[in-house]
Design a protein around this ligand. Structure first.
Ligand SMILES: NC(=O)CC[C@H](N)C(=O)O
Length: 358
């Protein structure tokens, strides 16, 4: 194993060993405190541009499931067709694995997909630095190639354009009871699975596609990587769709941010984001609290919601916005991931609510 150093923008250095593909890499360093789910998180397109630190210390011991596909083209076990995170940073990598569904080690998968992985990092100390300072850009450099320094930027890059589908894709064509246009900002497979399970036909369109001339019963806006302020074309199309006040609209994560922007609200960057399986959110106006799976670095500013809108969920750790709803029209969204995968499934009922509205 070659020696590597993770260098953060504030100059802090963490020394470790490479267990994945051997190439230097740069990106936004973020941390995820979930105890399981590395196959799902690595293939979540919302991690594009980011170096993913896992705080749970032992990683790799349940291996990696097979990359098989369903008849409809969706991967059976993963959240997209490939790894989207730029690298993974762990404390104690286990090359040995044991799981009924595992076919290879995490290290072998990373090598095959040309994604670096580093181990031996004090990920809890690293997380403390990121919590104090806020998320930062970082580089993974090979100690025996000190002049091979990678460069990257995160702010202002339109990552959604890199991961969105390039053409319209249809699921359940002519079979579903209702038709949903899904704006693909980097959609996770389990969102599509959750909709298909509820007997809808899906027209999945690229993030900037003007879908307004299509025939459909509801609009869904997906999760996606990067800064929502780079996705103006999507916001314009959503605004056009909102001219039909009866059209049901549901958004998840980036979808919450884009729907909020279409409604006139503003987005800001959180100091270190929410990435875990145990984020508590309260449904506004009730005593109900749900434990949710999350992966976001930006948030909707509650104070900028227009008079016709109200917060639907609030994060119980930091009071930030976790969803919105329109006071009259059937429009709502969640900042967390009701489709989970991986993570708690407590809020999957939101898909039922959406499908009931169609
Ligand atoms: N998972 C997502 O959709 C994330 C949305 C956005 N990229 C954020 O970081 O906040």
């Amino acid at each position: 194993m070659r020696n590597v150093t993770l260098i953060l923008d504030d100059g802090s250095r963490f020394h470790g060993k490479s267990f994945g593909y051997e190439k230097p890499v740069a990106g936004e360093v973020v941390f995820n405190t979930a105890m399981t789910g590395y196959p799902e998180s690595l293939t979540d397109p919302s991690y594009a541009g980011q170096l993913m630190t896992l705080t749970y210390p032992l990683v790799g011991n349940y291996g990696v499931p097979p990359f098989t596909f369903e008849a409809n083209g969706l991967p059976t076990f993963m959240e997209s067709e490939k790894i989207h995170a730029e690298a993974i940073i762990v404390s104690d990598y286990s090359e040995k694995y044991s799981h009924w569904n595992a076919v290879e080690s995490l290290g072998d998968w990373l090598k095959r997909e040309q994604i670096p992985g580093i181990t031996g990092i004090d990920t809890r100390e690293l997380t403390k630095v990121l919590r104090e300072h806020g998320v930062m850009m970082g580089k993974i450099v090979f100690d025996d190639e000190p002049n091979n320094i990678p460069e990257a930027t995160y702010a202002g890059v339109n990552y959604v354009d890199k991961v969105s589908c390039k053409e319209v894709i249809r699921y359940n064509e002519g079979e579903g009871k209702k038709k949903v246009v899904l704006v693909d900002c980097g959609v996770k497979s389990n969102i599509i699975r959750c909709l298909l399970k509820r007997d809808v036909e899906i027209i999945r369109v690229p993030w900037n596609y003007d879908f307004n001339s299509l025939q459909f019963d509801g609009l869904f806006i997906s999760n996606g990587p990067g800064d929502p302020d780079t996705c103006d074309a999507a916001v314009q199309n959503i605004r056009k769709a909102m001219q039909n006040e009866k059209l049901p609209i549901f958004g998840i994560c980036m979808g919450n941010q884009l729907l909020s922007k279409a409604g006139g609200a503003k987005i800001y960057k959180l100091k270190y984001g929410h990435r875990s399986h145990n984020q508590p959110v309260r449904m506004v106006g009730t005593d109900k609290c749900f434990i949710t799976s999350q992966n976001h670095g930006y948030a909707v500013d509650n104070n900028t919601l227009g008079a016709d809108w109200e917060p639907l969920f609030i994060n119980m750790n930091d009071g930030s916005n976790e969803g919105i709803r329109h006071k009259k029209n059937p429009w709502f969204s969640a900042q967390f991931h009701p489709e989970a995968s991986s993570g708690p499934t407590d809020t999957e009922f939101l898909f039922d609510e959406f499908v009931k509205l169609l």
